[in-house]
Ligand binder design. Structure first.
Ligand code: ATP
Length: 320
């Protein structure tokens, strides 16, 4: 029977992580467990930075973006000797089990720790929505809404100036932010890593929209890490009569108060993670599939194929 659990956030921060921490702490306390905060993910775990939480420790955080626990990356955590130090620190602090909030890297760390005798449950916290075991990750909806607000503003000025706005969004090799933002904003083009980059086809399409369809403006949403958005905008200016302008949204996408969707998702997932730990489960991750909060082994989750967005992209094509 576990008595004391740890909670940590790892990888990139995302809005709603705090709501998950709050749910984990309050749910665990309500069921007679003690909770220890682990600072800065696996880094703080290895350095022994942990402290006991109470109900008040998570007051007022549900509305805040970021993570009150801090987050970090520690590539050395793949090394068993480094993890042994973490396990020793956890044992010294009486931590029997942990909830790890983060992306797939965090899940790998959680699986490795479970194999060393500390049961861990993963919760998907990332704005990228790149975790296949959950329809949505915590933070994606908030980031998406931030992207939409910004693209809507760009549209106002784009139509006034016969501009083509190239907007680069985050996603870290996952096109979901681009696809959902493109659909939400009525973008003319959506370019994702999954679809691939065909510059000649992109320019031909914009030329058609400009010369044949007589569009007043065009919005191109492109995922990060595909090409230089500024260079693409320059080519658009050269090839079409649109004035191409690039906007790289960057880290503003990661901040801000979480949406209602993310708060509810995080709250449900946090509570589920505690339930799993109480039931002696380790090495699993929590997800939301078809609006149900579910869990599965992390190894199984990591082997799932990517979510296909072909249908959404085909729908987008029909509506341009
Ligand atoms: P994001 O999606 O925001 O990038 P992430 O959890 O995928 O989040 P990573 O940097 O990939 O972010 O992983 C976070 C941390 O998890 C790493 O810095 C490392 O400490 C740990 N980690 C990653 N992979 C492994 C692994 N194979 N074994 C043990 N620990 C790992």
């Amino acid at each position: 029977m576990i008595k004391r659990i740890g909670v940590m956030t790892s990888g990139g921060d995302s809005p709603g992580m705090n709501a998950a921490i709050r749910a984990i702490v309050r749910s665990a306390l309500a069921q007679g467990l003690e909770v220890v905060a682990i600072e800065d993910g696996y880094k703080g775990m290895v350095e022994g930075r942990m402290w006991q939480m109470n109900s008040r420790s998570v007051s007022d955080i549900i509305i805040r973006g970021g993570t009150m626990l801090g987050t970090a990356r520690l590539p050395e955590f793949t090394d068993r000797a480094v993890r042994s130090t973490a396990v020793r620190n956890l044992r010294e602090n009486g931590v029997d089990a942990i909830v790890c909030i983060g992306g797939d890297g965090t899940y790998r760390g959680a699986m490795a720790l479970t194999d060393m005798g500390i049961n861990c449950i993963g919760i998907p916290g990332t704005i990228d929505n790149d975790v296949a075991s959950s329809d949505y990750t915590i933070g994606f909806d908030t980031a998406l809404n931030t992207v939409i607000q910004n693209i809507d503003k760009l549209r106002d000025t784009s139509s006034s100036h016969h501009r083509c706005s190239v907007v680069e969004v985050m996603g870290n090799h996952c096109g979901d932010l681009a696809v959902f933002a493109g659909l939400s904003c009525g973008a003319e083009l959506i370019i994702t890593p999954e679809k691939g980059y065909d510059e000649a086809a992109i320019l031909a399409k914009l030329k058609h929209l400009d010369e044949v369809r007589k569009k007043r403006h065009a919005i191109v949403v492109i995922s990060e890490k595909i090409t230089d958005a500024n260079a693409l905008a320059k080519k658009i200016s050269e090839v079409t009569s649109f004035s191409g302008r690039a906007t790289v949204l960057g880290h503003i996408q990661r901040g801000g108060s979480p949406t209602a969707f993310d708060r509810v998702l995080a709250t449900r997932m946090g509570d589920k993670a505690v339930e799993l730990l109480i039931n002696g489960v380790g090495g699993h991750c929590v997800g939301m599939l078809k609006n149900e909060i579910v869990s599965m082994p992390i190894a199984e989750a990591l082997a799932l194929p990517r979510k296909s967005r072909d249908e959404l992209l085909a729908l987008h094509e029909r509506l341009i």
